[in-house]
Design a protein around this ligand. Sequence first.
Ligand code: RIB
Length: 310
Amino acid sequence: MKGKVCVFGSFNVDIVARVDRFPFPGESLVANSSMTSAGGKGANQAMAALKSGANVHYIGKIGEDAFGPFARRYLKSVEFDALTLLTTSDKATGNALIFVSEGEQGNAENMISVDPGANMTVSHDEIMQFASAIGCADILLVQLENNIAAIEHVINIAFEHQTFVILNPAPWQEVDDQLLTKVDLVTPNATEAQFMSGVPVTDFASAEIAADLIHKRGCKSVIITLGSMGALLSEQGVKTTIPLFPANPKDTTGAGDAFNGALAARLANGDSITDATRFAAAYAAVSVEKIGASPQISLTEVEDRLLCLA
Ligand code: RIB
């Protein structure tokens, strides 16, 4: 039986330039190539959850601008088990301008600036239209790329119905401790963990200190992703180190989204949190070897990668 994951989150159109290196301020730099593709942390995570074997309901909001039809066509083509697509004429569809550095020393790193547009306009009444879907999901997965009032509202609904909540606190915006007490699992990267805890996170030792402080803010479980070092899982304070799976990165955009979507799917399907985190780390390793924030990934590729560190 597939577990049910409800993903409430952003859709963006990603406008990506692949460059040898990031441009300097004031410089015009010729790109090696460019593309326009579907992105947004919410949609990327929903896709990863779907590819990881969950029953996925994606809920997002787009504008009625030129990017709207592109967004609608893409989201329909993904064939989520359920899709709630809200629209507005007040704001444009979210977009992200992305540089991917593909030069020798670039390590396929990215720089992103996001104009969230329609993602920031989700109203109370709109949320009430899909409240029952949140209530009957096994997992609600949310990020911070929507208006905070809407994020708080969906988390409150999940809490009332005892739906397990995963919060990926990206891109960072302040959340209060009262809300964090309703979050079962929070998944910051090193920078977000520093924002949440006040502790600079540079290695596993500092991540452990940050995780304990994040628990004190109310979160039951914490996974701090540490890029090339792997990840630290802290379940009610009990720490497990999750290793990095080998990868030859071509594009690191959306690696965190790949991790979060896969994690949610495997938890919904009944994995332990340690097994789900290992699967998510392997899924993210496969994803950075492909171009784009929401690449097509097969379960076989992830299973093969898991064997690398068996
Ligand atoms: O995490 C990657 C995503 O961040 C991109 O798809 C972009 O849209 C921004 O939301």
